[in-house]
Design a protein around this ligand. Structure first.
Ligand code: GLN
Length: 567
């Protein structure tokens, strides 16, 4: 306790009460309007005022975690340091808070029900009839408070997935209502709503928001703040209308028009005084700090907007045949990592999506790859488009186009090398070809049983592991360190039986697990190729606006050099 008080004093912000505060963020009208970015931005703003925030995502689906979902269903699967596979929003939270999240910060209905049902099976409810209310609701509240405790935070910002009126998030809203009932001064509700501007009318309509607030009122919850998302800024007239009909103060209706970059949002909210408003509503008094966090953030945003040279980066993906699914969602962290490392070097990245299958079927000539400054093969699973990816990698190797392979991208880089340099034409990963005569990528021994028993959820090699770096290599120079800690998500690895042959033919394993068994980074020496490097881990998961990832930075530098050479 004494330490916590000292800490808070050091941060210059004295909390009037020791009571923890909760801000619930709930969506109105429809999904996909930026609830996650709003939540993240509130985190950035409060942290910048010297308040320690944790952000929690509630995903109302029944999957226990996001790991078993196809990215086309759900977007990227983000992996926390602990190894928990979760929603991509947690990636945004980490990027906006500039720190690692805890596993308690992700809550799904699956986790909640799994816990309750297991407890019931072991007589944990002492013979009671187990019901959604109160037992499931209690478990939800327990998880909200556990997340706050695990983070030692002052404020929890909790984003409830889905939209008000959904069946599946109702219990979470009910849990929040009960928390508010017990401590009305310590619990706030923010509704992120959407105001359409129908083409034919050319006028912004507030009615859907009014209805969404009424739907929330039906749960017994009144929002304290409404974030009004729209194409355009909110005018005074509509602000007053929303205030009047939704029962909130006009200054608590915050205009949130579309912006050029998601990283503008915290700055726009600060301009509108959202941080001061939240502090007032949460009854924080005392002298707020200056905003140390926002200085660096502003500098990052300023740099991201400087006029600059373009680098053309191609990402070879496979999630194309999926209707309206937005491809960028499947590779969100990769895209953000490219941006951070480009902005830091005064470059503007242009991302080109290449469909691996186009190269497989020769629908697109390989020579078209010459127009790009760098190529990435990101993480993936399964057979689709794999031969196309291998062809692209071979072309990048032979034509010295900077190449960065992320997990599957490293495995396939070695398959290509084995086939075309080691002259093992049937070399493969056993994920695709279990009977290959040359299994250069093979299943990790501890995975065999799990796969045989279909124990697939949360059983990959997940989360952070250390790797030692080999001196003088591209990776070691980029990191400027002798060892690193990176996040993983895979079942297959470089087959130790082949490492020697790879090395003899010029591959350098520049990152190796501390026990020397697992090859975590593979690269070709600079004398052979300007940048041909793959990682068994996912470096993109640790790239942050205020801390670009060193390997992405090195890759983008190589890409920019190629661009310069082309000119
Ligand atoms: N499918 C590969 C494996 O399981 C690669 C996984 C990935 O790219 N994340 O090892």
């Amino acid at each position: 306790m004494a330490r916590a008080t000292k800490e808070k004093k050091k941060r210059g912000f004295l909390l009037p009460r020791r009571r923890h505060k909760y801000i619930f963020v709930i969506g109105g009208v429809m999904s996909g309007v930026g609830k996650g970015i709003t939540t993240s931005s509130i985190g950035t703003l409060l942290e910048a005022r010297g308040i320690h925030v944790n952000i929690v995502k509630v995903d109302p689906y029944l999957n226990v975690d996001a790991g078993t979902m196809n990215p086309t269903e759900h977007g990227e699967v983000f992996v926390l340091k602990s190894g928990l596979e979760c929603d991509q929003d947690l990636g945004n939270y980490e990027r906006f808070l500039n720190r690692d999240l805890n596993p308690e910060d992700s809550i799904t209905s699956g986790m909640v029900y799994q816990y309750v049902l297991r407890k019931e099976r072991s007589l944990g409810y002492g013979g009671k009839c187990v019901e959604a209310i109160p037992h499931v609701q209690d478990e939800i509240i327990r998880r909200f408070t556990a997340a706050a405790a695990a983070n030692h935070s002052d404020v929890s910002v909790i984003e409830i997935g889905g939209t008000v009126g959904d069946f599946q998030n109702a219990l979470f809203i009910e849990a929040a209502r009960v928390m508010h009932m017990h401590a009305p001064d310590d619990v706030l509700f923010i509704m992120v709503s959407y105001l359409p501007v129908p083409d034919k009318l050319g006028e912004m309509k507030t009615k859907p928001t009014q209805n969404a607030v009424r739907a929330l009122n039906a749960y017994g919850v009144q929002p304290n703040v409404i974030i009004a998302r729209s194409d355009k800024p909110l005018d005074e007239k509509r602000k007053e209308k929303i205030a009047l009909f939704c029962n909130v103060a006009p200054e608590a209706v915050i205009s949130a028009p579309d912006v050029e970059s998601i990283y503008d949002v915290p700055l726009n909210f600060a301009k509108d005084g959202l941080d001061a408003l939240l502090l007032k509503l949460l009854t924080f008094t005392g002298k707020p700090l200056s905003r140390p966090g926002l200085t660096a953030w502003k500098e990052f945003v300023r740099k991201s907007k400087e006029t600059r040279r373009t680098v053309d980066i191609a990402i070879v993906g496979k999630y194309f045949d999926t209707g309206d699914f937005i491809l960028s969602d499947a590779y969100l962290s990769v895209i953000e990592a490219i941006k951070f490392s480009s902005y830091a070097q005064g470059l503007k990245p242009k991302i080109h999506w290449l469909n691996a299958k186009d190269f497989e079927k020769d629908r697109v000539p390989l020579a078209s790859l010459d127009q790009y400054d760098g190529i990435i093969v990101p993480g993936g699973f399964g057979e689709t488009g794999i031969e196309g990816k291998i062809k692209v990698i071979g072309y990048a190797r032979e034509h010295t186009i900077p190449y960065f392979g992320l997990c599957y991208g490293m495995q396939l880089m070695l398959v290509e090398f084995a086939r075309n340099v080691l002259s093992l034409p049937h070399a493969h990963t056993t994920e695709i070809s279990p009977g290959t005569p040359n299994p250069v990528i093979d299943v990790m021994p501890d995975q065999v049983k799990k796969i045989a028993n279909a124990r697939m959820g949360g059983t990959m090699r997940l989360g952070h592991y250390a790797a030692n770096l080999k001196k003088g290599t591209i990776a070691q120079k980029a990191y400027g360190a002798n060892s690193v800690d990176e996040r993983h998500r895979h079942r297959y690895e470089v087959n130790p039986k082949y490492t020697k042959r790879f090395e003899e033919a010029g591959v350098v394993f520049s990152g190796v697990s501390p026990d020397g068994i697992l090859m975590e980074i593979a690269e070709l020496p600079e004398s052979a190729h300007p940048f041909m490097l793959g990682t068994q881990f996912h470096p993109e998961l640790q790239a942050r606006p205020l801390r670009p990832h060193p390997l992405f930075t090195a890759f983008i530098r190589a890409a920019a050099n190629r661009d310069a050479a082309k000119r």
